[in-house]
Design a protein around this ligand. Structure first.
Ligand SMILES: *[C@@H]1O[C@H](CO)[C@@H](O)[C@H](O)[C@H]1NC(C)=O
Ligand SMILES: *[C@@H]1O[C@H](CO)[C@@H](O)[C@H](O)[C@H]1NC(C)=O
Ligand SMILES: *[C@@H]1O[C@H](CO)[C@@H](O)[C@H](O)[C@H]1NC(C)=O
Ligand SMILES: *[C@@H]1O[C@H](CO)[C@@H](O)[C@H](O)[C@H]1NC(C)=O
Ligand SMILES: *[C@@H]1O[C@H](CO)[C@@H](O)[C@H](O)[C@H]1NC(C)=O
Ligand SMILES: *[C@@H]1O[C@H](CO)[C@@H](O)[C@H](O)[C@H]1NC(C)=O
Ligand SMILES: *[C@@H]1O[C@H](CO)[C@@H](O)[C@H](O)[C@H]1NC(C)=O
Ligand SMILES: *[C@@H]1O[C@H](CO)[C@@H](O)[C@H](O)[C@H]1NC(C)=O
Ligand SMILES: *[C@@H]1O[C@H](CO)[C@@H](O)[C@H](O)[C@H]1NC(C)=O
Length: 630
């Protein structure tokens, strides 16, 4: 009988539950041996920091429920731990979490176990499960005060690492504690990215699909992990690393325990350190590793292409489409893309079809491990790939190299990057027939047409130039507004954190940032000319500048009237350095000279953040047009 559909059965079941089970009283922090948790009941840690009960993740319309833990004091429901991450339940009325045979067990239909702490059964009677105020959910002996911990959520984390928990390697059981990302926003099941301790090198690594290591913290040098220098200039987190014959672990605590902070192995494949600011009602990213999204191994999946300058970061190569558009919508790109039209190569039924062709993709960060084929001309290289059906692309530099099978880790570089290469992607002829002319033929057209165009060029270029100038002005206005917005946005966080008073000035810890002298900043900004002024922030004006290397920077000149002392200035530098985030401005350097205190930020043109077709066209079209015509 389907008890979900019979209200009477449900009701009587409910009363049986009530009379047989000692239900939890609201606000308790403990599930004792004779109690159970079900329905919308929760337990709350005794200081009110954490709450535990059933939840549904994300915006999921499916009725998938999980036992999870979240912050009681954070207004945005943020799950930090999930019990049954692989086995959701659909009816929370008949699902109960209770202690059974020396374990904490989740039952569906009141009796079928679907999740358990999996300890070998013990006879010791009076166990209890306590939600502690540090976010550790502990199963222990409740009969006396010895408090022997049998199981704890800190040793069985999902994707979140809370302050006080250890990321450990147990040298006796040879077991690792791992953070494993969720599959997507709506599914807490183990995803493809994991953070773990690599004991033999005493470093942390992020691993793709249990095998491919793509980020490494470098070894612990006594104070920090050597390839994470940001850890040095730090006044918020107290990191420590311990290694002995029994275990090795890394842990952290907060100097100011009132700050709410967590580390997550995110579905983006990045490990993120976040802090909650109630006034902004959002989590603020202090740090992420790897620093950029496109460094995450196979983030866009096979035949996907990553672009750091666009949102979403992933798209499919020409001639390919998302394998699962649903999971792409949920920011899970791992399945990548599939061919829209199969290749002619190797398909006899297409023997009379057109031969496959190649699509030229300039300025790409190329996939690893090409197979070097032979020396020879580029057309020999092309025909090698054409005739070898498993070949999906080739590159031709000093010699010919081909790629066999899935293309992973393709990245579109910006025109400023010089270390890119050109990839020739094999596609069915029909995928290329209706496409706009390739760059090669465009060049050819230009050469043919150039003699006739040359007469008109003077007048056209005059017109283009005028248009370009007016568009540029528009662009500059938009960039100015965005830059000023980001500056102000960043500042509010900084001010708030300063107000929190969490920063301690410890002068022996230096600033891990390049220093610039005032003279070179004057040169870069045209002596702080009004022409280069981007806007006015709370602390002072912001200028656009250009370093001798050609890099564009935004320069914040802190007003002398703001009365900021050296100490406060250093704090701000440290804080912004910590707040560095792809959605915030990146700090590039600083300058202190006399009464001048200056911060140098990376200059972020409009398109890198607020990407839209409109903004993109506005930024690129006039330049492209002009360069093509003249
Ligand atoms: C449940 O257990 C607690 C402590 O173990 C005890 O104080 C209480 O009387 C028990 N309640 C029932 C209904 O058995
Ligand atoms: C959930 O829905 C809201 C509103 O529709 C949206 O703003 C938010 O981004 C969604 N969250 C996720 C994780 O998809
Ligand atoms: C606490 O209880 C456990 C099991 O019930 C028992 O083995 C242990 O001796 C007790 N400890 C004390 C100090 O009573
Ligand atoms: C446990 O400790 C508390 C105070 O620390 C005490 O009040 C209580 O009686 C103790 N319980 C047992 C069973 O020893
Ligand atoms: C450390 O161990 C891993 C396997 O756990 C192995 O792949 C790696 O090569 C080892 N590194 C060193 C330096 O021994
Ligand atoms: C930092 O952490 C270590 C180890 O957990 C601890 O011994 C030390 O007291 C902490 N320092 C501060 C200032 O909290
Ligand atoms: C781990 O245990 C083995 C013996 O099982 C021992 O030889 C080794 O030194 C231990 N590792 C550390 C880091 O102490
Ligand atoms: C390692 O474990 C053994 C057995 O539990 C214990 O005697 C020893 O003190 C432990 N060593 C350290 C450094 O904690
Ligand atoms: C060959 O092409 C036909 C027609 O497009 C298609 O239906 C078939 O699946 C292809 N076979 C292979 C092995 O790709």
């Amino acid at each position: 009988m389907d008890n979900k559909k019979n209200p009477w059965l449900m009701l009587s079941f409910f009363f049986i539950c009530l009379s047989l089970n000692n239900r939890l009283s609201l606000g308790a922090d403990t599930i004792s041996a004779n109690q159970s948790l079900s329905g919308d009941q929760t337990i709350i840690s005794n200081g009110g920091n954490f709450e535990l009960g059933f939840f549904t993740p994300g915006n999921s319309s499916r009725s998938n429920y999980y036992i999870g833990m979240w912050y009681k004091k954070v207004s945005l429901k943020t799950i930090v731990w999930v019990a049954n991450r692989e086995t959701p339940v659909s009816d929370i009325g008949s699902s109960v979490l209770r202690i059974s045979d020396g374990n904490l067990v989740l039952f569906i239909e009141s009796q079928i176990p679907i999740w358990s702490t999996n300890l070998s059964p013990t006879s010791s009677g009076a166990l209890e499960a306590v939600l502690q105020d540090d976010g550790n959910f502990v199963l222990r002996d409740g009969s006396n005060n010895s408090s022997k911990i049998l199981w704890q959520s800190f040793d069985n984390p999902t994707h979140t690492w809370l302050p006080g928990a250890k990321m450990a390697y147990n040298n006796r059981t040879k077991q690792n504690i791992r953070l494993i990302s969720w599959k997507n926003f709506e599914d807490p099941a183990p995803g493809i990215f994991a953070l773990e301790l690599q004991q033999n090198t005493s470093s942390y690594v992020i691993v793709y699909d249990k095998s491919q290591l793509y980020w490494n913290s470098g070894p612990w040098d006594g104070k920090i992990f050597s390839w994470v220098p940001e850890m040095r200039a730090n006044y918020i987190y107290n990191y420590s690393y311990v290694s002995n014959e029994n275990e090795s672990y890394f842990t952290y605590s907060l100097y100011n325990p009132s700050i709410i902070s967590r580390v997550v192995m995110d579905i983006s494949g990045q490990i993120q350190q976040l802090s909650w600011l109630e006034s902004t009602k959002q989590w603020n990213l202090f740090r992420s590793q790897p620093r950029t999204q496109c460094e995450v191994h196979a983030f866009c999946g096979p035949f996907g292409i990553c672009n750091q300058q666009s949102l979403p970061f992933c798209s499919c190569l020409k001639g390919f489409q998302a394998t699962s558009s649903n999971s792409w919508k949920l920011s899970d790109f791992s399945a990548g893309c599939a061919r829209k039209t199969s290749l002619q190569c190797g398909n006899d039924s297409l023997a009379n079809g057109k031969r496959d062709k190649f699509w030229e993709m300039p300025n790409m960060k190329l996939p690893q491990n090409p197979q070097t084929v032979a020396f020879g001309s580029s057309s020999e290289c092309e025909s090698t790939c054409l005739n070898y059906c498993s070949c999906t692309a080739y590159i031709y530099g000093n010699h010919c190299s081909i790629y066999v099978g899935d293309l992973l880790n393709l990245q579109q570089l910006t025109s400023a990057d010089t270390n890119g290469g050109t990839l020739y992607l094999k596609l069915a002829a029909s995928e290329l027939s209706d496409s706009p002319p390739s760059k090669k033929s465009m060049k050819l057209l230009l050469i043919i047409g150039i003699t006739s165009v040359i007469v008109l060029c003077a007048s056209i270029s005059m017109c283009i130039w005028q248009r370009k100038m007016s568009k540029r002005k528009e662009n500059r206005q938009i960039n100015k507004r965005n830059q000023a917005h980001r500056m102000l946005h960043g500042e509010s966080h900084v001010q708030e954190l300063i107000d929190l008073g969490e920063l301690k000035e410890e002068d022996e810890k230096g600033l891990d940032l390049p220093f610039y002298d005032l003279e070179s900043i004057r040169v870069a900004t045209g002596n702080f000319s009004d022409e280069n002024k981007l806007g006015q922030g709370g602390y002072g004006p912001v200028y656009k500048g250009k370093l001798p290397s050609g890099q564009e920077i935004a320069v914040k000149r802190l007003s002398r009237v703001s009365g900021q002392g050296l100490k406060e200035f250093k704090n701000e530098v440290l804080l912004i350095a910590k707040l560095q985030h792809r959605n915030l401005v990146r700090l590039h350097g600083y300058c202190i000279e006399g009464s001048e205190k200056i911060l140098l930020y990376e200059y972020m043109p409009n398109k890198s953040l607020d990407f839209s077709i409109f903004g993109w066209l506005l930024n690129l079209t006039p330049t492209i047009l002009a360069s093509m015509l003249c």
